[in-house]
Design a protein around this ligand. Structure first.
Ligand code: NDP
Length: 290
């Protein structure tokens, strides 16, 4: 392949992305704010650029993986004129609004823009299980698809540059609440002498099995009828016992109380006999639960 690529940002993730490109034989120029982080990549065949201008001039395609949206602007604003006519792929974690803002900024500067959300840790890049979500320019996605596929499974969601960020953050919401639930359980069993390691051994198969419930909830939610037979009811799902047991162990009830509040609002609104999936109504209607 003869694509010249520049990678700005060699943190844990940027370095992993650049490593995959160098390994695949792409002519790769790298830049990082603090010196030293390019050394390993240079040893593998990358070129190190001393300035962002040098880095951008070396590549038709510029990949940006920095800390956050503010750092992306800090790096790119002064070199907008250099980026003009080139292609920018930004895989820095951003909010949908930030991604749309950067897409508009790029359009103004004459830069083709694709936004990415990485669903992987650096060690997973280029290995099975890594996935990257994209939105923005379809032309960019299709033109560079072989390169993007080096990192993981690539999925494109449409021209709205905010969609990749939206779906990325929606998946992270599920992850963080699950992680908090795991921490809660770990804290609950600690006073009884169980180590976190032992609890992890129990929780992994249990939570893995419970993901099997997602499709059932999804069928109810998409069908729009929370009264269909065969569901666990909201009344049955009350977490009072779980909250009391947590208090008895002397731990915070916050992680579980949050779920209980979502349930209780639906019960209070008269929906106690309906299915657990109905708590999505508490989430969708924060002011006025139906
Ligand atoms: P790191 O903290 O390892 O690296 C951050 C990078 O941003 C460094 O290269 C740092 O440069 C640079 N940086 C920060 N602020 C500035 C600035 N003002 N100007 C110039 N450069 C700046 O983070 P990661 O590499 O892990 O993450 C990068 C992005 O990838 C983030 O948006 C993150 O959310 C996303 N991501 C990371 C995942 C992970 O598991 N690590 C998973 C999915 C997404 P310097 O070396 O000079 O400090």
């Amino acid at each position: 392949n003869n694509v010249q690529v520049s990678v700005l940002g060699l943190g844990a993730m940027g370095a992993a992305l650049a490593h995959a490109l160098v390994t695949a034989g792409y002519a790769t120029t790298v830049w990082n704010r603090s010196p030293g982080k390019a050394d390993g990549l240079v040893a593998q065949g990358a070129e190190a650029a001393a300035t962002t201008v040098d880095a951008v001039r070396a590549g038709r395609l510029v990949i940006v993986c920095l800390l956050d949206h503010a750092s992306v602007h800090e790096v790119l604003d002064p070199i907008a004129h250099e980026l003009s006519g080139r292609t920018l792929i930004n895989v820095t974690t951003s909010s949908p609004a930030q991604s749309r803002e950067l897409a508009a900024w790029a359009a103004q500067a004459g830069v083709a823009y694709l936004d990415g959300g990485i669903m992987a840790v650096p060690q997973m890049i280029g290995r099975p299980g890594a996935s990257v979500l994209y939105s923005g320019s379809a032309d960019v996605f299709h033109q560079y698809r072989p390169l993007l596929d080096l990192w993981g499974t690539s999925t494109y969601f449409g021209e709205d540059a905010g969609l990749a960020s939206l779906y990325d953050l929606a998946l992270l919401a599920g992850m963080y609440v699950m992680f908090a639930g795991f921490m809660h359980g770990t804290a609950m069993v600690a006073p009884a002498g169980m180590t976190a390691r032992q609890f992890a051994d129990m929780a992994t198969p249990w939570l893995t099995a419970m993901t099997g419930a997602f499709q059932g909830f999804a069928a109810v939610i998409d069908g729009g009828d929370y009264t269909v037979k065969g569901q666990q009811s909201l009344e049955f799902s009350t977490l009072d016992t779980l909250l009391a047991a947590s208090s008895d162990q002397g731990i915070s009830t916050e992680a579980v109380a949050m779920v209980q509040r979502l349930i209780q609002r639906q019960i209070d609104a008269g929906h106690g006999k309906e299915g657990f999936a109905r708590i999505i109504e508490s989430i969708k209607h924060p002011q006025n639960p139906q």
